[in-house]
Design a protein around this ligand. Sequence first.
Ligand SMILES: Nc1nc2c(c(=O)[nH]1)N[C@H]1C(S)=C(S)[C@@H](COP(=O)(O)O)O[C@H]1N2
Ligand SMILES: [Mo]
Length: 340
Amino acid sequence: MLIRIRKGWEIPDSQATPETVFLNRRRLLKTAAAGSVMLGAGGLLAACDDDPAQAAAGGDSETASAAEGGDPSAKLYPAPRNETYTLDRPITDEGLATTYNNYYEFGSSKNIWQKAQALPVRPWTVTLDGMVEQPMEIGIDDLLAKMPLEERVYRHRCVEAWSMAVPYSGFAMKALVDLARPLSSAKYVKMTTFENPDVAGGQRAAWYPWPYIEGLTMAEARHDLAFIATGLYGKPIPKQNGAPLRLAVPWKYGFKHIKGIVRFEFTDQRPKSFWEAIQSSEYGFWANVNPEVPHPRWSQASERVLGLNEQVPTLLYNGYGEYVADLYKGIDPQQEALFM
Ligand SMILES: Nc1nc2c(c(=O)[nH]1)N[C@H]1C(S)=C(S)[C@@H](COP(=O)(O)O)O[C@H]1N2
Ligand SMILES: [Mo]
């Protein structure tokens, strides 16, 4: 168990578990309360202690990534690194990034990676529809064959005030938008996660508004930083991290990074995301990272860097302001909650 003295500006981790605290408050999910206690100081260590099989894995990346065996896309990785985006911190240990996850379809704890192995990721069909020239369905391997794969290292900042630095492989979301050929009247892209309660036990909890939904404006979706991740650490992306495809928009809080996507729908209606549907006063559409705009229940001024267990200041747009600030120039922050 990790014990350290908290500095004045640090928040207790127990306050930074928004989903579980919220549900506890509504008395909807008793086990979530246990989860939030487990995720107190030294959360990952506590989670590991809790489960002997997990402790045996001991953050061994090979174990957590083993499910890629037989993945028909394995030969596509590692993809060449795009050096445009660099980091100010070391890459998070692979074993940690693949065993400390948020994926409510498989439960509300961080320790869901084994449960997620039950998700079949082949065949996997992606639907591109809505306001497009021609709706289309495409299998993940056909999609991968069409897309220019590359690797990018991105910072990843959860709204719960922890962060990682992760090498994703995949393709610019713009390439997928171009493939879909949206009409000029489309204003947003709405993304939807799979629904399969037989394997995803969390989806049997009826109080959540399944399926998980997320959305971006067309300008955000076409921005070079918006990335569809299909690989992680030079291999196909593990199921717990969102196989076979998930979003990575690193200037936004992690809950925007929808996993296990089956549908991209182009629309002129702003989508209501999963967390917005649960608690719109705490989780909004924009979710851009801003250290000066606190979550209603805790500060966003700093973040705990997983693995280093170091508290560092959070950066505006998670450090990507030079690329993305222009996207929001015409938007009045009094009218739109850009940072929630
Ligand atoms: N479908 C789905 N996508 C999801 C989530 C989820 O519960 N379900 N959690 C989100 C949250 S809150 C975060 S922080 C990231 C975590 O991604 P990681 O486990 O790869 O670090 O996934 C996001 N995508
Ligand atoms: Mo998150």
